[in-house]
Design a protein around this ligand. Sequence first.
Ligand SMILES: C[S@@+](CC[C@H](N)C(=O)[O-])C[C@H]1O[C@@H](n2cnc3c(N)ncnc32)[C@H](O)[C@@H]1O
Length: 240
Amino acid sequence: MAVVPYKNQKTSKKEQVATMFNNISKRYDLLNHLLSLGIDIYWRKQAIKLLKPEKPKKILDIATGTADFAIEALALNPDQVVGVDISEGMLEVGRKKLRRLQLDNRIELQMGDSERLLFDDNIFDAIIVAFGVRNFEHLEEGLKDMYRVLKPGGSVVVLEFSKPHSFPFKQLYNFYFKYILPAIGRIISKDQSAYTYLPESVQAFPDGEAFLKKLQAVGFKNTLCRTLTFGISSIYMGKK
Ligand SMILES: C[S@@+](CC[C@H](N)C(=O)[O-])C[C@H]1O[C@@H](n2cnc3c(N)ncnc32)[C@H](O)[C@@H]1O
């Protein structure tokens, strides 16, 4: 059964995920940096670095949320960065951030579903997604559509939580992730479920080799996986 944020609701995972991110959008950045002690910023930088040799000019950031990954992508000096997301609340926080940083002329944020991207085939040099794929209702549909809009020779970079394996880090981390993080998340975000959904969705998500197989199944080649910070997160890369 799919892991969803609000278990007693009958709506689809996609609707629940959009509602959840709308609910927490105003506190999302604060909680991200607080709960990860700022390591999330380093993870995004590491993921973007992998694209440096390719000098992508047209970049699509899927599940862009409040645009942090899209902003990080500007380090690649692209001509165009577009971010899409299904949560209007997250996009609104992102738009305000871009205006504040005077980056609204360099990054365009649009409402859009990863499973039905409103772009022609073969138009982006790179597709990037940070902490998004785990939330897709139909993972394979999302990956297929990324492949469709990517130019032949272009790359996909996915950053996502994974499961640490080594003792005693695994045990300490699991305790933090299952008990402490949901409690802090609940108090600050005021959403009862969002930060319980986080560890549950990570637990259920295919990481490492299993995720590489998903990328390969939709056509990506030269796939690789780099683990970060004892395996709390992983970067996946593939080519069309
Ligand atoms: C954890 S946030 C990540 C935001 C941002 N990428 C970052 O690095 O902070 C996940 C985002 O995925 C979006 N999302 C979930 N399913 C989606 C879908 N099918 N299409 C587009 N965005 C989606 C959510 O609305 C949310 O903003």
